[in-house]
Write a protein that binds this ligand. Structure first.
Ligand SMILES: Nc1ncnc2c1ncn2[C@@H]1O[C@H](COP(=O)(O)OP(=O)(O)OP(=O)(O)O)[C@@H](O)[C@H]1O
Ligand SMILES: [Mg+2]
Length: 290
């Protein structure tokens, strides 16, 4: 079992902006979903875990080694797929993986070749191994990104918004790939797609404004909202009135009619009860002021 233990972590950027505010998390093998809107601090947290930037205070302990003090330890055991992989050099998928494998210290050439071929097979890119990566589609690039992350059999894999911009089919393919590998390693996935977290993650946290606002098992967080979510079709010009009296967690236009979903501890007789979903957990959490 691998463990990642983050304690009282803070990060203030050079310009004085505090992107991580006192975060503590315990993460074990399996898929952990980090859910939050744009600017929440997801990438800041991930870049800090992988050692690309030093936290201002706090500790990050991976398998009993404090990786803030010893960043080399996580680098040896890490697969990272950043949000922005940047530009790809004009080399083939195979050659690029070979280059990264050497950087990761896989020095034995026969073993390296075997690993690269296996990974290309795993991410369904064997037929494209001699094509240059910059010519790949978005989905193929992401699968290539997973292949490079898996080189060297990492114990912790961190993927930052990997499915943004993928079509539904590619997204499913990518997600099931992550799911397959998460049995024996820690996979941390950041996203603002609630559905991906619901489908894939055994543990999750909601982050906003640099803080963890809620964490736990998706199913448990959903169960906490049982009998607390209500909906109602309203007329558009009633909106202001409802908005000032209820905690509205979403509104939707369905065939030109406005449907509001609200959170309420007490039953609302003129509303319809709604089975809670993870998206209700997410929006309810975000509407609460920290
Ligand atoms: N190097 C930096 N210097 C100063 N501020 C930064 C830096 N990097 C990020 N920030 C700020 O920190 C906050 C969090 O950014 P971050 O990229 O971590 O969010 P995010 O949750 O990954 O968002 P997104 O979903 O858009 O990727 C933002 O307000 C951003 O402007
Ligand atoms: Mg980000």
């Amino acid at each position: 079992m691998n463990t990642l233990s983050i304690k009282d972590l803070t990060l203030t950027y050079k310009n004085g902006f505090q992107a991580i505010k006192n975060i503590s998390l315990e993460i074990e093998n399996g898929m952990f979903g980090l859910l939050g809107p744009n600017g929440a601090g997801k990438s800041s947290l991930m870049k800090t875990i992988v050692g690309l930037q030093k936290p201002t205070s706090g500790s990050i302990v991976f398998n009993e080694t404090n990786i803030v003090k010893t960043p080399g330890y996580i680098k040896q055991n890490l697969g990272f797929l950043p949000q922005d992989f940047g530009v790809y050099p004009k080399v083939s998928a195979y050659d690029l993986l070979e280059h990264i494998a050497i950087l990761k210290g896989i020095t034995h050439s026969k073993e390296r070749k075997q690993q690269i071929l296996n990974l290309l097979e795993k991410v369904n890119l064997s037929d494209f191994r001699n094509k240059e990566v910059h010519t790949f589609s978005g989905g193929m690039k992401q699968r290539f990104g997973v292949a490079q992350a898996l080189l060297g059999s990492p114990k912790i894999i961190i993927v930052d918004e990997p499915t943004a911009g993928l079509d539904p089919e590619e997204r499913n393919r990518f997600n099931s790939l992550l799911n397959d590998i998460s049995q024996e390693v820690i996979v941390i996935l950041s996203t603002h797609l609630v559905e991906d977290v619901r489908n894939l993650c055994s543990e999750m946290a909601v982050m906003d404004h640099g803080r963890i606002l809620r964490k736990g098992k998706p199913g448990k967080l959903i169960a906490e909202l049982e009998n607390k979510i209500w909906s109602k079709p309203i007329h558009k010009n009633e909106w202001e009135n409802y908005n000032s009296h209820y905690e509205i967690i979403s509104r939707q236009l369905i065939e030109r009619e406005m449907h509001i979903t609200v959170f309420s501890h007490d039953p609302l007789p003129d509303f319809n009860p709604v089975n809670p979903l993870l998206e209700h957990v997410y929006f309810h959490t975000l509407t609460q002021k920290p």
